[in-house]
Design a binder for this molecule. Structure first.
Ligand code: NAG
Ligand code: NAG
Ligand code: NAG
Ligand code: NAG
Ligand code: ZN
Length: 470
């Protein structure tokens, strides 16, 4: 007994001398084996969290909360009344949940509305084309734009056929490689088409397939290049037009869009905390975005991410767990317009960047989790691998490359460790930014697992004796 006590005393001694504020490598006085032991010591707590979230009283809670929220409020476009209502709703809900420092941080956000929109093929036959205007697009004239179609499969082909594009509606029938690679057609399609004199551009939805469903998203104009109306169309219609045009059949469309950009609107990032018991100024940030596109319900993107992040705090609170550092939930506004809320948050809080331990975001679905994707030093990654072993009971121990997200990348670029929830993304882009993004996509048992993972990781990082190294 005495020897054990002495041994424990010797093991504890150096760490109490360590400077908890410094993230300098030299201040890590404990060996990796000691850290491993400390992390393994959380396995009991991890099991409690998992039991509560997956099998216990909190089973399906994040799903039920999300359903109540999105069924009642609906989609939450930047600048919309719905988004305002959503923020007010969350402020009340987080306060009622007993979380601390619940508050709203003001942000000016874009306000664009699509208005009525339609597209009709008039040659070679009448055929109604499903369209969704892209974020920020201008309108067509009230009578619409009626023009011949030029179908291309790439920017290269557009440039080669630049002479043919003048006065036409350019239809991009690009091949889907991955979202990350193919999304450039949505982002730059209008600008590239305008440069060669097109009147409008229609982009095949950025998804592996569709069920006649267009998927919207942000696009950007470029100064000095004329702005032209731009929308996305279904995979089916893009391919239909590509087949017709490959047979030299002339296609004529009438595109009508009433889209309008209004002055920037007032909005807020929504914040709640569990204040740290020992280093309250140090922050483990866990997040998702509250805004969505204006179609479907924004249940998957990013209702799920926002609500499993909230659930992580609720689970810890239910278990009476208060970590040493502050666990801060941030529900971002206007992510879809390019991380507008997150940028404002970063600018405001970067004075305290040395107090940020890790930034975490869930914005790639809340399907069956496999672990998390992490960006940070090798030393930090090795610690994350140890922490993820605690998720063995739910088989979600993976530590993957390239953690990040629109809302947390501001911090990651400055060297703060970043993690994103990594789940089975197979079905994500089937529904993303489309009418299909509804509660029907969400699964309660998968959300339970995501919430458990999120709670274990954030709690252990917030509670470990030493900080995650940079
Ligand atoms: C949670 O959802 C699953 C799947 O829908 C269901 O079987 C289970 O009964 C639900 N549990 C509770 C507590 O509602
Ligand atoms: C196509 O639609 C136009 C306008 O509604 C109509 O005048 C025309 O008759 C239609 N053509 C066919 C083949 O149905
Ligand atoms: C920076 O951190 C200090 C200490 O926690 C806090 O009092 C202050 O409000 C923070 N400032 C900002 C802009 O977050
Ligand atoms: C555990 O997860 C891995 C990878 O995510 C998967 O391949 C495997 O089938 C899972 N095992 C079980 C028992 O679910
Ligand atoms: Zn999102």
């Amino acid at each position: 007994m005495k020897i054990l006590f002495l041994l424990a005393f010797i093991l504890l001694l150096p760490q109490s001398k360590g400077n908890p504020f410094s993230r300098d490598d030299d201040s890590y006085q404990r060996t990796f084996e000691e850290l491993q032991r400390e992390i393994a010591g959380y396995s009991g707590i991890a099991k409690e969290i998992i039991n509560l979230a997956v099998y216990g009283k909190a089973q399906n809670r994040s799903y039920e909360r999300l359903a109540l929220f999105v069924d009642a409020i609906g989609p939450r476009l930047s600048g919309s009344k719905n988004l305002d209502l959503a923020i007010k709703y969350m402020y009340k809900a987080l306060s009622k949940d007993g979380l601390e420092n619940v508050h709203l941080e003001p942000v000016k956000i874009p306000h664009w509305e699509r208005g009525k929109e339609s597209a009709m093929m008039v040659e070679p036959r009448n055929h109604s084309i499903a369209v969704l205007g892209l974020g920020g697009s201008i309108a067509t004239p009230p009578e619409g734009i009626t023009a011949e179609v030029l179908v291309v499969t790439s920017f290269d082909e557009l440039h080669q056929r630049a002479q043919e594009a003048k006065g036409k509606i350019v239809v991009y029938n690009q091949r889907y490689v991955s979202y990350g690679e193919t999304v450039q057609y949505r982002q730059r399609g209008a600008v590239e088409a305008a440069k060669v004199g097109a009147k409008a551009s229609l982009i095949k939805t950025i998804a592996p397939f569709s069920i006649n469903s267009p998927h919207t998203g942000m696009q950007s104009y470029q100064s000095g290049v004329p702005m032209i109306p731009t929308a996305c169309i279904s995979v089916e219609d893009a391919e239909l037009m590509a087949r017709l045009s490959s047979r030299d059949i002339e296609i004529v469309l009438t595109l009508k869009m009433e889209a309008k950009t209004y002055p920037d609107a007032d909005s807020f990032n929504t914040v709640a905390e569990i204040v740290g018991s020992k280093y309250p100024e140090q922050v483990v940030l866990i997040s998702g975005h509250l805004d969505s596109w204006d179609v479907g319900q924004g249940a998957m993107d990013d209702g799920g991410g926002a609500f499993v992040s909230w659930e992580a705090l609720s689970l810890l609170k239910d278990l009476g767990l208060r970590p040493k550092r502050t666990l801060r939930l941030v529900l971002w506004t206007a992510e879809e317009q390019g991380g507008v809320g997150a940028e404002q948050y970063y600018k405001m809080h970067k004075v305290n960047i040395s107090n940020f331990d890790i930034v975490m975001e869930s914005d790639e679905g809340t399907f069956t989790p496999a672990g998390l994707a992490f960006t940070g030093s090798d030393k930090a990654r090795n610690i994350m691998k140890e922490i993820m072993k605690l998720l063995q009971p739910i088989n979600a121990t993976g530590v993957f490359e390239e953690g990040g997200g629109t809302d947390i990348n501001y911090w990651i670029r400055d060297g703060i460790p970043g993690a994103s929830l990594r789940d089975d993304i197979t079905r994500y882009f089937w529904f993303h930014h489309s009418q299909g993004d509804t509660m029907t996509v969400q699964d309660p048992s998968q959300m339970n697992l995501c919430a458990a993972l999120w709670a274990v990781v954030s709690y252990v990082i917030a509670d470990m004796e030493e900080r995650v190294p940079v």
